[in-house]
Write a protein that binds this ligand. Structure first.
Ligand SMILES: NC(=O)c1ccc[n+]([C@@H]2O[C@H](COP(=O)([O-])OP(=O)(O)OC[C@H]3O[C@@H](n4cnc5c(N)ncnc54)[C@H](OP(=O)(O)O)[C@@H]3O)[C@@H](O)[C@H]2O)c1
Length: 296
């Protein structure tokens, strides 16, 4: 039985990915664990997937909008799935306004960048040796990002589009560092732009919101984004391939800040500080790591 964790599976692309994984051939050999912050919305998706048959489907309720929330979510995931074969970072936000968390960090910086970073670090001990895969749902707009380490974390350079692009770029810049970190353990990480997809991402009130909604009628449905994501998660021909970025399913070189090694290392150090990882793993996770080591 293969365990696949999907973040942000309550709607949009994450729900479409979960549905595909639950219904495709091979589903009976899969356990899907959906991480959703809205318990009701998550339960609704889980119910429809279970009714459709196929995979075993479980829900973990957890938010990704503060480092404390991400740590709780990681602990809950470790409890429910001691071993993870595939981790799909799908949850993301295109913020309408500057919103800060309890630590004064800007919402999109946390959800799009720090949360996948912290989940990777807190769950890496559970990823399956020699075959584990991590998939990062990025965005082609990352090329428009301009990370400013002093201002971006706190939204001092906030702009709805620019913050979305910048936080996606911050996250993507760490891809080569995680690929190197996990190389010896045979765990891979790849990212993709899933296409231009008709979801509620970036929904907002007013004229801009109404115009966006109208434009989205021409965009592709969420089901179109599922195949390239599932390919990165499961395709046998991608076994061992790591640190790559795909524009849907075409491999593309990283550009701008995402290809800047010095920036990536600075973002890594900053993420460790902002998430508290520079002072070590939470004690509960250290215990989980010890248990896992003893079990091997
Ligand atoms: N749609 C596109 O054209 C497009 C293009 C490029 C990249 N992407 C990327 O694709 C991914 C999925 O986007 P989508 O279009 O499906 O957007 P969406 O419909 O708005 O769905 C976003 C998902 O992320 C979850 N989420 C948001 N903030 C969260 C938080 N603080 N904690 C936990 N979960 C949170 C949402 O949960 P709730 O239901 O609880 O809000 C929802 O499940 C994102 O990473 C996005 O950047 C999308």
């Amino acid at each position: 039985m293969q365990t696949i964790v999907i973040t942000g599976a309550s709607r949009g692309i994450g729900e479409a990915v979960a549905r595909k994984l639950a219904q495709d051939p091979g589903a009976a050999q899969r356990r899907l664990v959906l991480l959703c912050r809205d318990a009701q919305a998550g339960a609704r998706v889980v119910d429809t997937l279970r009714t459709a048959g196929g995979a075993q489907v479980d829900l973990v309720v957890g938010a990704l909008d503060s480092t404390r929330a991400v740590t709780s979510a990681a602990l809950a995931l470790r409890e429910v799935c001691p071993r993870i074969d595939v981790l799909i970072h799908n949850a993301g936000v295109w913020p309408a306004q500057r919103t800060l968390d309890e630590a004064g960090l800007e919402q999109a910086f946390v959800v799009n960048h720090l949360a996948p970073f912290l989940l990777n670090r807190l769950l890496e001990g559970a990823l399956t040796e020699q075959s584990g895969r991590v998939v990062q749902v990025s965005a082609g707009l990352y090329v428009m990002g301009k990370p400013d380490l002093a201002r971006t974390p706190y939204g001092h350079d906030f702009g709805a589009l620019s913050t979305y692009a910048t936080t996606k770029q911050c996250n993507l810049a760490l891809l080569p560092l995680f690929a190197e970190r996990w190389q010896a353990r045979g765990i891979t990480i790849n990212a993709l732009h899933p296409g231009v997809i008709r979801t509620d991402l970036g929904a907002r009130p007013g004229l801009l919101g109404a115009t966006l909604k109208l434009a989205k009628r021409l965009w592709q449905p969420p089901t179109a984004a599922a195949p390239p994501i599932v390919r990165l998660a499961l395709a046998p021909e991608l076994a061992g391939i790591t640190g790559r970025y795909y524009d849907v399913d075409v491999e593309t070189a990283l550009q701008k800040g995402a290809a800047d090694r010095a920036l990536a290392e600075a973002l890594w150090r900053q993420a460790e500080q902002l998430t508290g990882l520079s002072s070590g793993l939470p004690e509960t996770l250290q215990a989980a790591e010890r248990d896992a080591t003893n079990a091997h």
